[in-house]
Design a protein around this ligand. Structure first.
Ligand SMILES: *Cc1c(COP(=O)(O)O)cnc(C)c1O
Length: 418
């Protein structure tokens, strides 16, 4: 039987909820185009209003006028650590445990390599099938590079904890699954890894800025995360790296670049690692990207992460309840955990025509995304979404499904990026 929409869920009651929402004001920090309901902040965060002016200042005044002096006068050289320190409280880390560098893929490579070096004599890296592709590909590449000295094992979610043993060097998992939004219990799996002497490396790409992550409470060893999703750092923004203090001077890096040297401007011939997290830097940081990322991270200043997560969950719960009670003609199947406590900040539904439905939604200004083979993914970014928008998005979805407009061939034409 089809559920009926709870009487408490009307556009009016949801509008009232927005009135009472302590986070409603943060939307004003973002530039969002009119006529768009943006449900894809989990893939590319919206642009903070401050970004354009800050990047322009970087380009015209700092680069254009102050030129190379800016490394010192505008503290370009300190940006990677400064922004890392601002990300640290969002992920439960100390300020000297996080630094911004490179891409998530590159950081995964560095830390997976590092994890093996922390566990000499062990060669197994354990992960799950269906993990984000780059995580799997990077590990497979490392396996090829190291020949017999590394072996990647993939185990299903239910079997993975039991597969950790004395050969396991590292467990490498994505905290919030990119398709389903399902959360791994970070503290529990980390403890399980430690019980057999393995280290835990977490990918926080879909968690940082969406959930109150607590790396140190979970005793996590290593982590990476993405700058352009919930952190609003702009397309291709640099990524962040976390190394727990206890490992920082032991882990090393396979990409021993000059920016991670103890004294880069001594220009010596021999590599001497910098102390602490700075060792994870490789080459010269890209200041355009870092500047935009800092604007994104600054949107979290003063935000209570548990209130943020609570709103994200409530938005997701509202969406699920409305879709299941109002979009009844054409079956969408929930692909995310129904229990919000086990979910990140996005909700996914399956439909065999998922791609075309998403294209028809986007044509009507409801922007989510599609993940092959059949997942429609909707991100609920608490910093800039309202409950009334959830109502409006579901009404548009209902219209798309009921009218069958998505069956028009133009909605099935594939673009390079889905
Ligand atoms: C988005 C995402 C990445 C991104 O990696 P890039 O190197 O920035 O392309 C990595 N891992 C996960 C789990 C992601 O969701």
């Amino acid at each position: 039987m089809t559920p009926t929409t709870p009487p408490t869920l009307t556009r009016e009651t949801l509008g009232n909820r927005d009135q009472a929402d302590p986070l409603a004001a943060t939307r004003d920090a973002f530039s969002l185009p009119p006529g768009v309901i943006y449900l894809d902040g989990n893939s590319l965060g919206a642009m903070p209003k401050a970004t354009a002016a800050r990047v322009t200042d970087l380009v015209t005044r700092q680069w254009g006028t102050d030129l190379i002096r800016s490394w010192n006068t505008h503290d370009w050289i300190g940006a990677a650590a400064r922004i890392g320190a601002k990300i640290a409280p969002l992920v439960g880390a100390n300020t000297d445990e996080v630094i911004v560098a490179d891409s998530t893929s590159v950081n995964l490579f560095k830390l997976a390599c590092g994890a093996l070096s922390l566990r000499p004599g062990r060669r197994v890296i354990l992960t799950e099938p269906g993990n984000f592709p780059t995580d799997l590909y990077i590990l497979q590449g490392l396996e090829r590079l190291l020949g017999g000295r590394a072996e990647v094992k993939v185990r299903d979610r239910e079997d993975l904890p039991g597969a950790i043993d004395g050969d396991t060097a590292a467990v490498v998992l994505t905290h919030v699954h990119y398709k389903t939004g399902e959360c791994w219990p970070m503290a529990e799996i980390t403890a399980r890894a430690h019980a057999d002497g393995a280290v835990a490396l977490w990918d926080l790409s879909h968690s940082a800025g969406a959930l109150p992550v607590d790396l140190n409470a979970a005793e996590a060893d290593l982590a990476v995360g993405c700058g352009y999703k919930y952190l609003n750092g702009g397309p291709g923004a640099p990524s962040f790296v976390f190394v727990a203090r206890r490992w920082q001077n032991e882990i090393g890096t396979p990409l021993a670049g000059w920016m991670g040297h103890a004294d880069p401007f001594a220009f010596g011939d021999d590599y001497q690692p910098a102390a602490g997290i700075r060792q994870q830097l490789c080459g010269t940081p890209g200041m355009l990207g870092l500047t935009a990322l800092e604007c994104g991270v600054d949107t979290f200043a003063g935000i209570d992460m548990s209130a943020l997560a609570a709103k994200g969950r409530a938005l997701g719960d509202t969406f699920i309840a409305l879709v299941e009670s109002r979009c009844t003609g054409d079956a969408l199947t929930l692909a995310s955990p129904r229990d919000a406590a086990r979910r990140g900040s996005h909700v996914s539904f399956r439909h065999p025509m998922g791609y075309a439905i998403m294209q028809a939604l986007i044509a009507r200004g409801v922007i989510g995304d599609f993940r092959a083979p059949d997942i429609l993914r909707f991100g609920f970014t608490p910093l800039y979404l309202s409950f009334a928008e959830v109502w409006d998005a579901v009404e548009i979805l209902r219209e798309v499904l009921d009218s069958g407009v998505y069956l028009e061939p133009r909605f099935s034409e594939r673009s390079a990026v889905t």
